[in-house]
Structures are given as C-alpha cells and as structure tokens.
Design a protein around this ligand. Structure first.
Ligand SMILES: [Zn+2]
Length: 168
C-alpha cells in the first residue's frame, strides 16, 4: 500500500542539522516509531511531500530548508524578562533558570510558550522565544515501516488509535 491522504503511516527517522553528517537532533527507532495520519497537516508540508507514494521498507533521505521548516532565527524574539516572573513563594527557582533550560511561560491572554534561558542577570533573565530549530536546515533520513488504512474512528478523531491508546 502506498502513502497517500488518510493512510496511517508508521516510520522511523533521524533528524540532523544541515546534512547526513550533521548534529543528530531527534531519532526514532523501530521499537518507538512515529505513527500519524498522512495528509492532516500534522507534519511539515515538505516532509509529507517527500514521502508521498512510498511503501513499506522504502527508505527516504531529503533536506528541508529553513524557510520551509521553522523559519529564520528572529533576534527580536530574544527578550529580557523581569526576574520576578520566576518568583514562586518569594523564591527564585534557580534550578529552573539554568542556561539552556526550556521554561513554560504564559501571557495574560493565556497563550503558552516555551522559551530557552540564555542568561540570568541581577534583575532580568534573557530568554529566547525562537523555535529550537529556527534558522536551521533540516535533514531527514529514515524508513517506512507500515502503511495501512485509517479506521473511520481514527479519521473522525484526527489521530491514530494504537494498542497503547486508551483515551476512550
Ligand atoms: Zn481518538
């Protein structure tokens, strides 16, 4: 069976920066593969385009440029936040504020963000709100494990029902 809209696809992939020799960012294995319904906008459009029509055991190897992935790095998305934002019960959580940590934040409208701690200063914390893969060209390499029909339940819910799925 070939990959097309509404098929359930199981695959493994390695995601590296720039090319096949680049830094490994994500890796899935046959024991813990990725499964999704094809053609429902859950993945980068260019990722779906590159595996269109593939079958079980086919391999893939392609690049997604920054502009088609998570966009250019935006220097204005680096902000100094008042350190009191991180105050809980009169204490600053210094462990949370380790440089490199991703911290969940929300604004007054209830929007949620993940931001990376860059540097802690006396009264402020420099935070980077860019997507971790902003400004990067992505290289994907992997294998199609299985392609099957989606059930009508899966199409109705917009997600895959696996053997580990017990949400209903
Ligand atoms: Zn469901």
């Amino acid at each position: 069976m070939q990959i097309k809209k509404d098929k359930v696809v199981t695959l493994t992939y390695d995601l590296r920066i720039d090319n096949a020799m680049g830094e490994l960012v994500q890796s899935t294995t046959k024991e813990e593969p990725m499964t999704f319904i094809y053609g429902h906008g859950q993945l980068l459009p260019l990722f779906e385009q590159n595996i269109d029509g593939l079958k079980s055991t086919n391999t893939f190897d392609f690049k997604i440029p920054t502009s088609e992935a998570y966009g250019e790095f935006d220097p204005t998305a680096i902000m100094d936040l008042d350190i009191n934002v991180f105050m809980h019960d009169g204490q600053i959580d210094t462990e949370l504020l380790s440089p490199g940590n991703y911290v969940p934040l929300s604004d007054n409208d209830g929007n949620h963000y993940q931001a990376r701690v860059m540097r802690v200063e006396e009264n402020t914390v420099k935070m980077d709100f860019n997507h971790p893969l902003a400004g990067k060209d992505l290289h994907f390499q992997g294998e199609i494990i299985e392609v099957r029909e989606a059930t009508s339940d899966e199409l109705g819910h917009g997600h895959v029902h696996g053997k580990h799925c017990n949400h209903h």
